[in-house]
Design a binder for this molecule. Structure first.
Ligand code: TRP
Ligand code: ZN
Length: 901
């Protein structure tokens, strides 16, 4: 070991010493050196873990000569050596961000030794401790907190990892790839060596060590290889892993069937941890998961939790090809792997369950979260132009809008053309780090089509408006659809706004006759075309399509299946929407017609219009009645038809947002539905409540979804059920008799809205039953944070002082504080108390976990859209945060953008 004294590369409060640096996409340059091979040795100890690294580096001949730049953060450097010779401190340059070595030979071995402190690492990036075990999180830039390394995804290396630890503390020690050996050392320690045969970027490195138990399974690939599947959890959770295992097996089969993609190692491990910043991480051969997306039993997890586990397991598994085998050249390309992998997991879920319900769930989330992001201070293209903290760009835009862009290739090419594009993508780019342009080129070349214009979807921020006008000429039987696109204004200072051009928009369309049957779609001047549904392409600002041979004026069904991520603007009267709601055989559009009708009513009411007894209201309630009497609809779909647009979706339609008015509006319309359809709701509830013991099949899941939607309405309906007490009794009965978490949680959250002794009894009971199970206790915090009761803020403040509230655990913080910010009416209290509570906690959390703090603070992003009083109060809190000297770059970036917006 060298004589040079240990040096911290950075103090504990980064931004005091480190200047805020913006990274630009246009500045990408390839690395000066490649790292072909890495040998890592870990000596694990809670406060003092020794990490040695030998990097076999090779100069990049395509670059002008330059130094080797190794990133490093929170590392205590012990020594540096080149080809076995220890360097003196004058022979290298240690900066705040890393280590620079000049005058290296063309090829050499660089060895560094560092000490790190996993126990004190509360940022949950790098090597940290969770529940007494060790684990890592390296994406996006956590590997530099473990060792000095060119921590950028275009540097791909083969890894060999030696882990040494105490046998009692760490009986299990895991890393990527295959286990080469395991042996005992002195003093009760042992050593395991892992080797990953596939070259990978540093963000895919993983190490896990501790006292874990394994739920095992296996999978035989279609070429006959046997893969060991291992799910590692704390012993007490061992009985909760089967659903995750089955989900993994289904995912593996699906990727073979649909994309011809096989798993490539002999072992696939998943580890569940309680402290994790995100959902899960696709580290090669060793996924690390938030336990929320692994553990699931009917008694403790809801139907939607089960779906979440299946989807996230699939997502991480699919990354093995889209992300790991083919990775990103730089972090601006993040949507290359995330948009594509979200699209793949959406398709997977579609094939497991109901396509309509899945599509609607996804679009609801896109409209609620991504649209809001895309019209606020954090608006950015799916491929951002710049960042200060990369972790801030793991966004709904990169993930979910990114998936919509991928879906548009699929819509234009069809499943087979899309598959051809994927095949070519892997053929060209396996084992390399590439760009979004490379993906687009593979899709285009494999199908001999021109996707040049698709590039605009990658470089422009904001959600386009798609306006549709139509015209009917009865004499000639010609019907014209005119599509126009435009962007609602955003400040030109936001990258990806200035100079925006029209994007290619595929518009899946059908024309319906008065029975709801589809007309053949025949364009003028075209040879006869037999199809009833077509994808119309809008590539310019405006385009008209003229259809002939129509015997009557058709009702257009446009943007079917939500074929592009745009806001549809179309003059349609209530009758037309009610007609589509009753007749459109595209189940997405059928649902969406109802949403559009509802949204109109909700916005009018929130703007002060008196709707009682209005024709529009009557028509809407009639249309709902048509749905409830349609026996062909499944329960989940019907539940979606009965669910009004969220308060955040309503807010997007308003100029000056008054959360109280929006809340009252939604309550009004809900009460109208409950009053008008009370009998049907009560009957439906009674029937479904008597459907026998819990079962985990699609029909039962649909049944629960509809039952709990009905129950929510029934607890509103004073006329059918009488006074409040009755509602509470209905919910309390369901709470008491529930044999599964879906029903129990649904009843509990309704009780939380109603308040009173039954609510308190249920909350106490819930705590008693589940306080030892963190994921279930999270639900206890969440239902209280979401309560519409007046006193919610006071209550939430009390909960922040509860012994089980823990600022270092992201799930717990999100369960209370993030959930509270979703409670539009109580978070946006007109006295600003909600904003203050959030701000207090952002400032505390930022000292430990910037990623978590920055997610929370972005809940203040939409302040500009609020009415003046709340806007002022929210801005005050943003300024209070901004005045703090020791902010992380993560929070600083969000707050600066918000204030400048
Ligand atoms: N790549 C992960 C995914 O599947 C995202 C992720 C997990 C992540 N942990 C993270 C991103 C920490 C940033 C920081 O989507
Ligand atoms: Zn992902």
């Amino acid at each position: 070991m060298s004589e040079s004294s240990p040096t911290e590369t950075e103090t504990e409060t980064p931004s005091e010493t480190q200047s805020v640096r913006t990274v630009y996409r246009k500045d990408y340059t390839p690395p000066n050196f490649w790292v072909d091979h890495v040998d890592l040795q870990f000596d694990l100890q809670p406060n003092e873990t020794y990490v040695s690294a030998q990097l076999r580096v090779r100069r990049n001949q395509d670059q002008p000569p330059g130094p080797l730049q190794l990133d490093g953060n929170h590392l205590q450097l012990q020594s540096v050596a080149v080809d076995g010779r220890t360097l003196s401190s004058t022979e290298y340059q240690l900066t705040t961000g890393g280590l620079i070595l000049t005058d290296l030979p063309e090829e050499c071995v660089v060895e560094t030794r560092v000490v790190i402190d996993p126990e004190s690492n509360k940022a949950l990036s790098g090597l940290y401790r969770t529940s007494g075990n060790y684990c890592t999180q390296c994406e996006a830039q956590g590997f530099r907190r473990i060792t000095f390394f060119p921590d950028r995804p275009d540097v791909m290396s083969r890894y060999r990892v030696t882990i040494r630890g105490e046998k009692t503390q760490c009986p299990v020690m895991l890393s990527n790839g295959n286990r080469l050996s395991q042996s005992d050392l002195q003093d009760g320690r042992h050593e395991v060596i892992w080797e990953d045969p596939f070259p990978k970027p540093s963000y895919l490195f993983a190490l896990v060590a501790g006292d874990l138990k394994c739920h095992r399974g296996s999978f035989t690939t279609r070429s006959g290889r046997e893969v060991a599947l291992e799910i590692w959890v704390e012993e007490r959770n061992l009985s909760q892993c089967e659903h995750a295992l089955v989900s993994l097996q289904k995912s593996m089969r699906w990727d073979e069937d649909v994309f011809g993609l096989e798993y490539d190692l002999d072992i696939y491990m998943i580890v569940a941890v309680d402290d994790f910043n995100m959902g899960a991480m696709e580290n090669k051969g060793l996924n690390v998961f938030n336990s929320k997306f692994v553990l699931a039993l009917p008694e403790t997890a809801t139907d939607s939790d089960f779906l979440g586990v299946e989807a996230v397991i699939a997502h991480e598994y699919f990354h093995n090809w889209t992300g790991n085998r083919v990775t990103c050249r730089d972090w601006f390309q993040l949507t290359l792997k995330e948009g594509l992998t979200v699209f793949r997991d959406q398709q997977f879920t579609t094939d497991q369950t109901s396509a309509a319900v899945k599509r609607i769930d996804d679009v609801v989330s896109l409209r609620g979260r991504q649209f809001a992001e895309d019209s606020g201070p954090m608006a950015h293209p799916i491929r951002p132009e710049s960042y200060i903290a990369m972790d801030n760009f793991y966004t709904a835009t990169v993930y979910d809008k990114g998936a919509e862009i991928i879906r548009m290739y699929h819509t234009q090419l069809g499943a087979e053309g899309f598959r051809r594009g994927m095949d070519l993508y892997f053929q060209r780019h396996d084992n390399s780090a590439v760009t979004c342009d490379d993906f687009r080129a593979a899709m285009a070349d494999a199908n001999k089509v021109d996707f040049t214009l698709m590039d605009r979807w990658y470089s422009q921020a904001g959600t386009p408006d798609l306006t549709v006008d139509d015209q009917w000429d009865a004499d000639s039987g010609q019907y014209t659809l005119t599509f126009t696109q435009s962007y609602p204004p955003l400040p030109e200072s936001i990258p990806g706004v200035s100079g925006r051009q029209p994007v290619p928009i595929p518009i899946r369309t059908a024309l319906l006759d008065s029975n709801g049957d589809e007309f053949p779609m025949q364009l003028t001047g075209e040879i006869p075309h037999p199809t009833n549904e077509r994808v119309l392409m809008l590539n310019d600002t405006q385009r008209s399509f003229v259809f002939t041979g129509l015997s009557q004026r058709p009702v257009p069904s446009v943007l079917r299946g939500y074929s592009a991520p745009v806001r549809l603007r179309m003059q349609r009267d209530d009758e037309q929407l009610a007609f589509l709601m009753a007749h459109d055989n595209d189940s997405f559009n059928r649902w969406d017609a109802g949403q559009t009708l509802a949204l109109r009513l909700l916005v009018s009411y929130a703007q002060g219009e008196d709707l009682s007894g209005s024709d529009s209201l009557t028509r809407f309630l009639d249309a709902i009645g048509q749905q409830t009497s349609d026996t062909t609809l499944d329960g989940s779909y019907l539940a979606l038809l009965l669910t009004l647009p969220s308060e955040s979706t309503i807010a997007q339609e308003m100029k000056s947002v008054d959360p109280d008015a929006i809340h009252s509006s939604r309550q009004f319309l809900r009460a109208q539905i409950a009053a008008r359809h009370g009998n049907w709701l009560a009957e439906t509830y009674r029937k479904l409540a008597q459907s026998g013991p819990y079962r985990n099949d699609p029909a039962s899941i649909d049944g629960r979804r509809l039952k709990n939607t009905a129950l929510a309405y029934l607890t509103l309906d004073r006329d059918t059920l009488g006074p409040d007490e009755k509602s509470a009794e209905l919910a309390a009965n369901q709470y008491d008799s529930a044999d599964n978490m879906t029903d129990r949680q649904a009843a509990l959250s309704l009780l939380c809205d109603l308040g009173g002794p039954k609510c308190e009894a249920a909350l106490a009971d819930f705590y008693d039953r589940y306080h030892g199970m963190p994921l279930v206790l999270d639900k206890w915090f969440t239902v209280q944070a979401l309560s519409s009761a007046e006193s919610t803020l006071t209550h939430v403040i009390k909960l922040t002082e509860h012994p089980d509230f823990d600022l270092t655990n992201p799930n717990r913080v999100r369960s209370l504080l993030q959930a509270f910010t979703m409670n539009q009416v109580r978070f946006h209290r007109p006295d600003g108390g909600g904003y203050q509570l959030l701000t207090d906690h952002v400032l505390m959390i930022d000292r430990q976990n910037p990623q978590l703090a920055s997610r929370l603070v972005s809940r203040l992003n939409d302040y500009r859209r609020l009415e003046p009083v709340r806007q002022g109060l929210m801005r005050e809190q943003l300024e209070r945060i901004n005045a703090s000297k020791s902010l992380s770059n993560d929070v600083r970036e969000i707050v600066t953008r918000a204030l400048e917006f």
